[in-house]
Design a protein. Structure first.
Length: 145
């Protein structure tokens, strides 16, 4: 099983959709808490659904259960909580939600997890992929740059 990840920030539409197209993935799984912000540009939910279908031949789905809660995000982004605390809180949240049982494996097999951060190092998409890889055991992760 392979899970790809991508962020749209600091990428042109050409680069972003090119990476999706060449990944060979079948589905783009949007794991953002808020996917309709004007700041998202070409990555707003309805536009993105259209673009990935037309430009990449991919399906689109939004899975907010794979996103952190607003308080976890706010503590990290607005109140200066450190990354290690964010990671711990988000891993605990995923465990409480039981995402390894709640999200069908078929949905994420050869799929791309999408969030906004340009790099995976400090991004929840990496944490979701790593959490599921530990739980499911047969997952390869590829971060699309």
């Amino acid at each position: 099983m392979k899970i790809h990840t991508i962020g749209f920030t600091k990428k042109s539409a050409e680069t972003f959709f090119g990476l999706l197209r060449t990944s060979g993935a079948a589905t783009l799984v949007d794991i953002r808490l808020n996917n309709v912000s004007q700041l998202a540009g070409f990555a707003k939910r309805d536009d993105l659904r259209y673009f990935v279908s037309e430009l990449c031949g991919m399906e689109y789905t939004h899975q907010p259960d794979l996103a952190p809660t607003q308080p976890i995000l706010d503590d990290y982004k607005k109140r200066g909580s450190d990354w290690a605390t964010y990671e711990d809180r988000f891993f605990e949240l995923m465990a409480r939600r039981g995402i390894e049982d709640a999200i069908p494996r078929e949905l994420l097999d050869n799929a791309v997890l999408l969030c906004s951060e340009d790099q995976p190092k400090h991004c929840h998409r990496r944490l979701v992929a790593e959490y599921l890889a530990r739980r499911w055991g047969d997952v390869t992760i590829e971060h699309l740059s």
